[in-house]
Design a binder for this molecule. Sequence first.
Ligand code: ADP
Length: 206
Amino acid sequence: MTTENTPQPAGDIRWHEHAISREDRWAKQNSRGCTLWLTGLSGAGKSTIANAAAHQLFASGVPAYVLDGDNLRHGLNVDLGFSDTDRAENVRRVGEVALLLADAGFVVFVPIISPFFAGRQAVRQRHESAGLGFAEVFIATSVEECAERDTKGLYAKAAKGELTGLTGVNAPYEAPRSPEMTLLTSQRSVETCAEELLSGMNHLWS
Ligand code: ADP
């Protein structure tokens, strides 16, 4: 499960095959794990859509999990800030956790800004080489609309010069080049977006 983009383990570290195969685990749980990676600006709707879709999927009996980037910053990623290097490491770690949960059989929703193409591509490659389904979903809400919503007050702060490093305003965002899905959220309900996501991607788990 390695690619040229991931560091290799140092020393005499060997890969151990699991006593329970992925196939056996998935068959027993009647599930197929995969990762849906929702990228977009702050306030685009990533978390809202991820939670609505996961809730709907879970209600239909599919194991679903939302891997929230902010929540992981309370623990696993508590040592990381918002420099380009730390953001890249944040994405790498979240990608690795998603991969483990997908391997365990969950449909993993990952709402995370993940501004750089290379980081998202590396996570994709890690899933592909592990034989796990992966889809990049671009939550394509314009910066103007995100600023109007301003759910966390970040755009107002940036406008007043009190915040630097806000993606799409004073920090770069590299939009996906060929996402599996692009979701427009403007003038559309959360439910409509969640349903579009689930119906477009359900080949990954059903
Ligand atoms: P992000 O996770 O991308 O930072 P959030 O999901 O936290 O964004 O916030 C998005 C905001 O936009 C919420 O207040 C949500 O209610 C609102 N919103 C309006 N329309 C939509 C939509 N179609 N899909 C998702 N969110 C929407």
